[in-house]
Design a protein around this ligand. Structure first.
Ligand code: G3I
Length: 412
């Protein structure tokens, strides 16, 4: 009972805070929340494609406001399964790598907690493109390696849905794919040749999955990380250099052409809460919506306990949801400063507050989150393992972060 009382008190505090924010959202505040909040003075957040930088200075969080109306109590915890707890709101998944298969305890934990998976690296262009075959056949040749089909077979066997990650990206896509003759030192190909290669790649990848694993891959990250953090300018990738700004539209047109009608097509990026980048993403997403080419936006969500504030992050979820499309949290992790109890407690409180607000926004209809993916199961397998960002520790035991996501107190 004591545990329940604490939880209710904490929930009221959070609801008060949220109610204050909802006041502003429903016009009770002079602050116009329709525009991305400026990031004056906020240091640049870690960029996932490079080693995370030191945690930036935390922003001030708004003072708690008195609750103005009853906010529905969060559902009682349905069970210890993350995906069960959020059943009816959004799927809960994790990324896995082929090296994790065969680890019985890890497999059991994934099957117990999650209902979707993402291949961490096995379905990226550098895993699927075969240079020798491309050169010898003088055309794009896609080959799914065993490390990819092992995961797809496992997911199919255990009735897990798969997030297709990723079709068009500047990273983990071999340079030779953009070169004459697929040669390492060739000149960049023409726009016409690159469009043909982009279409062939997307066609082969999607059709391989739909033919061999019908219905398994329910969403594709069609384009990943097209914009620079600070400026919101287009990243100067080979895709951009050869095809210009339209490479995003071309990618979605080809994905829409070859994907089954029920497959969802997403744009995916990180640090979406940074003003200029958010504006750039919103602009291209609105164009894709007008063309009927996009179903949702993926917010990767590589966060830190000190940045961004939960309020800034959740306001971004709201803004994307207001576009009338799906939002998915596609690569969630929250770095912390150490692997001591105090650090893990602070991390747990960040996850708890985040999911308190997400739960209430979902109940209020302020957000349209359809999927949540943690970017890994255990800290030791994380791409940011030295900062302990996930819900389970090296022994696959739940951390305070796990209870934070479930919004329940860890039994002492
Ligand atoms: O497979 C090779 C192996 O043969 C080699 O011995 C080893 C040492 O060099 O490298 C292995 O490849 C590594 C690969 O992960 C598979 O483990 C790459 O070096 C390493 O860079 C790669 O890191 C991945 C990173 O994307 C690359 O950008 C991370 O695992 C993966 O978690 C991370 O995920 C990305 C998302 O796809 C997109 N959003 C950002 C996120 C974090 O960067």
């Amino acid at each position: 009972m004591k545990c329940m009382w604490k939880r209710s008190l904490r929930r009221w505090l959070c609801m008060g805070l949220l109610a204050g924010m909802c006041m502003s959202a429903v016009g009770c505040s002079k602050v116009d929340n329709s525009e991305p909040a400026s990031q004056d003075g906020a240091a640049a957040a870690p960029s996932p494609s490079t080693e995370p930088e030191a945690s930036p200075t935390p922003e001030a969080t708004p003072e708690a406001m008195p609750p103005i109306y009853e906010v529905p109590e969060a559902e009682a915890v349905l069970g210890t399964r993350l995906c069960e707890h959020y059943q009816g709101y959004f799927t809960v998944g994790t990324c896995i790598s082929s090296s994790m298969l065969g680890n019985e305890k890890l497999e059991k934990l994934v099957l117990e907690q999650f209902n979707t998976v993402t291949c961490e690296n096995e379905m990226k262009p550098d895993a699927l493109l075969n240079q020798m075959a491309c050169i010898s056949q003088n055309e794009v040749v896609v080959m799914f390696p065993k490390r990819a089909t092992d995961i797809l077979d496992w997911a199919k066997e255990h009735d897990l849905k798969v997030r297709g990650h990723v079709l068009v990206w500047h990273s983990q896509t071999p340079d030779w794919f953009f070169k004459e003759g697929f040669q390492n030192n060739g000149a960049l190909v023409s726009k016409e040749v690159m469009l043909s290669r982009m279409e062939s790649y997307i066609k082969q990848v999607i059709e391989y999955c739909d033919t061999n694993y019908p219905g398994l891959v329910y969403v594709w990250d069609v384009v990943n990380e097209a914009f620079e953090d600070g400026s919101g300018e287009y990243r100067n990738s080979y895709w951009y250099q050869i095809l210009g700004e339209d490479f995003i539209r071309y990618a979605f047109e080809y994905a829409r052409k070859y994907a089954s009608p029920e497959t969802k097509l997403f744009y995916n990026d990180f640090n979406c809460y940074i003003d200029q980048k958010q504006t750039a993403i919103m602009t291209v997403v609105k164009e894709l919506i007008s063309l009927g080419l996009i179903d949702g936006v993926g917010m990767q969500s590589h966060l830190d306990v000190d940045y961004p504030s939960v309020d800034n992050y959740t306001r971004t979820l709201e803004r994307f949801s207001k576009l009338g499309i799906e939002v998915q949290i596609t690569e969630l992790d929250v770095t912390t400063t150490g692997n001591d109890e105090a650090s893990f407690q602070k991390q747990g409180e960040y996850y708890d507050k985040l999911f308190q607000i997400i739960s209430i926004y979902e109940k209020l209809g302020s957000t349209n989150i359809t999927g949540l993916t943690l970017w890994g199961v255990s800290d030791i397998y994380s791409w940011r393992s030295s900062q302990y960002p996930l819900l389970f520790d090296a022994a696959l035991e739940p951390k305070p972060a796990y209870y934070g996501v479930l919004q329940e107190k860890q039994e002492q």
